[in-house]
Design a protein around this ligand. Structure first.
Ligand SMILES: [Zn+2]
Length: 97
């Protein structure tokens, strides 16, 4: 799943979201109207991940870092020149982007 990560204080969420905790402090947000998976966040981090497919304007999005590559489907090909990690890795948000 493609997602982008932003600081929570830089995002405005319009509409009702249903949140479900999957682990202590880690939750996923779904559209209350259609059930689309839209967000996830760790309450202990200042960021929120937004599913790229839920965005209307994606012209400024690009690949920055592949995570959980050890669990990727065999149908995904990752450009070896792009940063990647088997787990979360160092997926800290880029400043000024
Ligand atoms: Zn929806």
């Amino acid at each position: 799943m493609a997602a982008c990560q932003v600081k929570r204080d830089k995002i405005k969420i319009h509409g009702k979201i249903k949140w479900f905790y999957t682990h202590a402090g880690s939750r996923h947000g779904f559209c209350d109207n259609c059930g689309a998976h839209m967000f996830w966040q760790n309450d202990n981090k200042p960021t929120i991940s937004v599913t790229a497919g839920s965005l209307e304007d994606t012209k400024d999005l690009g690949v920055w870092h592949h995570i959980f590559t050890e669990e990727k489907g065999c149908y995904y090909e990752i450009n070896p020149n792009e940063p990647q990690s088997e787990g979360y890795g160092d997926s800290n948000i880029q400043e000024g982007v």
